[in-house]
Design a protein around this ligand. Structure first.
Ligand code: SAM
Length: 245
C-alpha cells in the first residue's frame, strides 16, 4: 500500500540535501507555508528548506535495486541521479548501498551524486520536479500488467506521458526497455501518439551509452540475458512546446 507515503507540497519544499549531502549549500531557502496568492508574506509563516547547488537531472522510475543508478553514477559524477521506487525495503536497500559506495570511494568522491526516494511515481511526480528540470527519464522493465483490466496500472499512458513531458526539458529523453513485446508496442504507441514526443532513430542511439548501460546493468536486463530473452528498446525525445497562438 502507498497510503503512508508523504510528498513535498512542491519541489521547493523538498529537502534534497539529505539525499545529496556533498552538494548542500550553506544558505537555506524560505518557503511560505500558506498560499502566497491569498496570504501576505510573513516570516512566521515560512519554513527553511536546505538547498543543494544543482538540481536532479536524471530519474530512474521504478528503479528496483538500483543496478542502472550505480552503473550511471560514476560515468557522470557531476550530474545528480535519482531512483524512485515504491517498495520500502527496496528503497532502503538502494539508499544504504549509495551510502556504502560513497564511503568506499571517499577519496574519489564517486557515488555522491546518486540517491533514491520512496514514491509512487503514478502520483505527484510534479511535486518533486519543476517544469523542464530533467534531461533523462528511464523506464526500465516496468511491470507489464498483462490483463486488459490492469492496463491502467501501467506507468506509460497518455496522462503519465504528459507528466513526463512536463518535468523533461526540451531535447530531453525518455529511455524505455522491456522484454514483453506487447508492453513495448503499448509504450511505442503511447509516446508516438503524444504531441510532446518523437521517437529517436536507431542511428542516433548507436552512440548513446545510456542505451547499452540500460541493456546490461539493470537487474531485469541481466535476468533476461541469462534466460536468453529479447530486449525491446525505444527512446523518445521531448519536443519543444509550440509557441502560444
Ligand atoms: N527498473 C528495474 C530493473 O530494470 O531492473 C526494476 C524493474 S521491476 C520489474 C519494476 C519495479 O518498479 C519494481 O521494483 C516495482 O516495485 C517498481 N514500481 C512499480 N510501480 C511503481 C510505481 N508506481 N512507482 C514507483 N515504483 C514502482
Amino acid at each position: 500500500s502507498d497510503h503512508d507515503l508523504t510528498y513535498p507540497a512542491s519541489p521547493a519544499a523538498m529537502d534534497w540535501s539529505q539525499h545529496y549531502p556533498a552538494f548542500a549549500t550553506t544558505t537555506p531557502s524560505s518557503i511560505p507555508t500558506h498560499d502566497p496568492r491569498t496570504t501576505p508574506p510573513d516570516p512566521n509563516n515560512e519554513i527553511q528548506v536546505p538547498q543543494i547547488s544543482q538540481q536532479v537531472q536524471i530519474a530512474d522510475i521504478g528503479c528496483g535495486f538500483g543496478g542502472l543508478l550505480f552503473a550511471l553514477a560514476p560515468k557522470m559524477p557531476s550530474t545528480l541521479i535519482l531512483g524512485l521506487e515504491i517498495r520500502t525495503s527496496v528503497t532502503e536497500f538502494v539508499q544504504e548501498k549509495a551510502k556504502a559506495l560513497r564511503l568506499q570511494h571517499a577519496s574519489s568522491g564517486l557515488y555522491r551524486n546518486v540517491s533514491c526516494i520512496r514514491a509512487n511515481t503514478m502520483k505527484f511526480l510534479p511535486n518533486f520536479f519543476v517544469k523542464g528540470q530533467l534531461s533523462k527519464i528511464f523506464l526500465c522493465f516496468p511491470d507489464p500488467h498483462f490483463k486488459a483490466r490492469k492496463h491502467k496500472a501501467r506507468i506509460v499512458s497518455g496522462t503519465l506521458n504528459s507528466e513526463y513531458a512536463f518535468v523533461l526539458a526540451a531535447g530531453g529523453r525518455v529511455y524505455t526497455i522491456t522484454d514483453v513485446e506487447d508492453l513495448h508496442l503499448w509504450i511505442a504507441k503511447h509516446f508516438e501518439g503524444h504531441a510532446s514526443f518523437e521517437r529517436v532513430g536507431e542511428e542516433e542511439l548507436e552512440g548513446d551509452e545510456c542505451v547499452e548501460t540500460m541493456r546490461r546493468e539493470t537487474e531485469e536486463g541481466k535476468k533476461v540475458e541469462r534466460n536468453g530473452g529479447r530486449k525491446f528498446v525505444v527512446v523518445f525525445r521531448r519536443l519543444e512546446d509550440p509557441p502560444c497562438p
